[in-house]
Design a protein around this ligand. Structure first.
Ligand SMILES: Cc1ncc(COP(=O)(O)O)c(C=O)c1O
Length: 396
């Protein structure tokens, strides 16, 4: 089967929710991918921040195979050992004391919103119902999380939206202050906005949000779906800013590519849930959580946090080299291995050209080239990408 044959078969049977590039990947190893025609690519997208360990990491594969041979699924009516182990690892490495497992980022955020509402009803008073989220945020595609997402383009056609959400500009503490009222229940924010264009907040922003929450009995929710699990060079991104949320959501790379989501909180907030209030059939199943345990262990055993931070720094310097050469590059930004270049021009065609030359990169917000490679990416790969981009840019 060739790329073209897969494209034609897919077009007949897949819902048209994606505009797909004309390749079908059939194999991956480390930071490299191969398509059905046998072409090799270097991956600077990692399944949108999912494959942090690279593709088919042997220890991850071993953990998945071993678990699959033993037990793939059992209901949450029973105790699931790898689920307990993964929750212990998350709590040991974060502010968390209790974890609810689900299957995606949207579900993790949905759980966070539901917990906040339930906690509000039980302990804060009926009038506290409003959740403040940020413009250009992204929190998922279920009705509640798409409403939480502060981008109108994702809302269109799905109205009526879920009640109780208001939006303020990201990284603007005054706007948050002005928005807070007796009705404010929670503030939900990505520590670094991913889909919104890799927007890194100023030094005090998250700490100021924490202070406002403490002063006004407001629940602080950090969405670490994209930036958690080492992406920024710390296991969780919030650790850069000396601040802790009340609830944190994880997904994407938590199990190295096996679907999973998690809502992490403290005992104080978790007590608002009781048996029957929230659930998920697949959430925390043995297969996904065994993969999660292996992912944590590999990140620490292989020193991927340090590597991510150091190589991210090198990558950023190489992006600045391009910025110095091409006046249409307006900005270089990011942390660790969530990096971006904002351009004066659309980057949609650049992504297509890079793919033709064997590199997966991403365009978000039309003019932001975003890079999310596996945390194992090497200097040579970065140099090759920078040379490729330089060639493409010379023709703009
Ligand atoms: C910050 C953030 N939150 C939530 C989501 C939604 O995750 P999922 O697609 O797994 O539902 C995403 C996906 O890109 C994201 O980047």
């Amino acid at each position: 089967m060739t790329n073209q044959e897969w494209i034609e078969r897919g077009e007949k049977v897949l819902a048209p929710t994606y505009k797909r590039f004309p390749v079908a990947f059939v194999e991956g190893k480390g930071q490299y991918l191969w398509d059905a025609n046998g072409n090799k690519y270097t991956d600077f997208l990692a399944g949108i921040a999912v494959c942090n360990l690279g593709h088919s990491h042997p220890k991850l594969v071993e953990a998945i195979v071993n678990q699959a041979k033993k037990l793939i699924h059992v209901s949450n009516f029973f105790n699931i050992p790898p689920q307990v182990e993964l929750a212990e690892l998350i709590c040991k490495n974060s502010f968390g004391e209790k974890v609810f497992f689900c299957n995606s980022g949207a579900e993790a955020n949905e759980a966070a919103i539901k917990l906040a509402r339930m906690y509000g009803k039980k302990y804060l008073g009926k009038e506290k119902i409003e959740i403040i989220t940020m413009l250009n945020s992204f929190h998922g595609r279920t009705l509640a999380t798409v409403t939480a997402t502060g981008q109108e383009k994702f809302h269109k056609g799905f109205e009526p939206l879920v009640e109780g959400f208001v939006y303020v500009p990201f990284n603007d503490i005054k706007s948050v202050e002005n928005q807070i009222s007796d009705h404010t229940l929670a503030i939900m924010v990505e520590p670094i906005q991913g889909e919104g264009g890799v927007n890194v907040p100023s030094e005090n922003y998250l700490k100021d949000l924490r202070r406002l929450c403490d002063e006004n009995d407001i629940i602080l929710i950090f969405d670490e779906v994209q930036v958690g699990m080492g992406r920024t060079g710390k296991i969780f991104a919030y650790k850069w800013w000396d601040v802790e949320p009340d609830i944190m959501t994880l997904a994407k790379s938590l199990a190295g590519g096996v679907p999973i989501g998690a809502m992490v909180t403290t005992s104080k907030f978790a007590k608002a849930f009781e048996p029957g209030t929230h659930a998920s059939t697949f959430g925390g199943n043995p297969l996904a959580t065994a993969a999660g345990v292996a992912t944590f262990n590999i990140i620490f055993e292989e020193g991927l946090l340090t590597h991510c931070f150091e190589i991210g720094d090198y990558f950023k310097r190489r992006l600045y080299y391009l910025k110095d050469k091409f006046s249409f590059i307006k900005d270089v930004r990011g942390k660790g291995l969530i990096l971006a270049m904002e351009l004066d021009v659309s980057c949609v065609d650049i992504v297509t050209k890079a793919l033709e030359k064997g590199f997966l990169v991403n365009c978000t917000m039309d003019k932001v080239l975003r890079f999310l490679p596996p945390l194992i990416i090497q200097k040579d790969d970065i140099d090759n990408l920078v040379n490729c981009l330089e060639d493409i840019f010379k023709k703009i």
